[in-house]
Design a protein around this ligand. Structure first.
Ligand code: MG
Length: 244
């Protein structure tokens, strides 16, 4: 089809799906592809002082396994619980810790967003809320400002940023040194919804020096198969004059 690199989603305790990870790597190698990145989530969503060491142990084992796979990035795609400013800042502490552990295995640690990172929180708050008129601190901005750039980078999912009522290009302009990888995603096949300005996104990504991006297709809503979707996405990019 034209794809060359993979970002995995499905690692668990030394396996990718039901396949031993080294066997999976061989299948990928044999297909002429390369595993560049992997999405993994710690076993808990609520970060507390009590499970801090459990999270650290998870990252140690997961990072060691991914060093064997030879990935370039290890990325957390799941948003931990962030109901208040304090909880969000504690999550940043844990992200820094994860970054340190993953870096020790020779891999940069990244965070991937959905839409609720663009919700806002307040000191002492009990829930995060999305909306232009909502007052408070944007969770994504708190993540960016309170994580160590030498330990945590960001993989921006441009579709979920739009779903979070954001312009991904603005974020790319504001944080060119923190957002290093992109998820190029639309509601289904790239370019079909009319919601996404991929030309502006690619132009800014190149200006920022971004080299790696992944097409993501979460599902096909209209009865077409996942393979048709994956092919439709790469065909869109191969034809797009703004993609180098
Ligand atoms: Mg994504």
């Amino acid at each position: 089809m034209g794809y060359t690199n993979l970002e995995l989603a499905g690692y668990k305790e030394g396996k990718i799906g039901n396949v031993d990870m080294m066997e999976f790597k061989k299948m990928v190698d044999d297909a002429g592809l390369k595993i560049t990145s992997s999405h993994v989530n710690p076993p808990v969503r609520e970060y507390t002082k009590d499970n801090r060491s459990q999270i650290a142990e998870y990252w140690k084992k997961t990072a060691d396994d991914h060093a064997k796979l030879g990935v370039k990035y290890l990325i957390q795609p799941g948003q931990p619980s962030t109901r208040s400013t304090e909880e969000t800042l504690f999550v940043c502490e844990i992200f820094n810790e994860a970054g340190k552990i993953v870096k020790a295995a020779g891999i940069p640690f990244g965070y991937h967003n959905h839409e609720m990172e663009f919700a806002k929180v307040n000191p002492g708050g009990t829930e995060s809320k999305l909306g232009r008129r909502v007052k408070g601190d944007c969770i994504y901005e708190l993540f960016l400002k309170n994580t160590d750039p030498s330990l945590v980078f960001f993989e921006m999912d441009v579709y979920w940023a739009v779903m979070g009522q954001q312009d991904p290009v603005e974020w790319l302009k504001k944080y060119p040194n923190r957002i290093k990888v992109l998820h190029i995603k639309d509601r289904a096949i790239l370019g079909e919804s009319g919601m996404m300005n991929f030309e502006n996104i690619f132009r800014q990504a190149y200006a920022n020096g971004i080299k790696d991006y992944f097409v993501e297709l979460e599902g096909m809503p209209d009865g077409r198969s996942q393979f048709e979707g994956v092919k439709g996405c790469v065909d869109y990019l191969l034809k797009a004059p703004f993609v180098k």
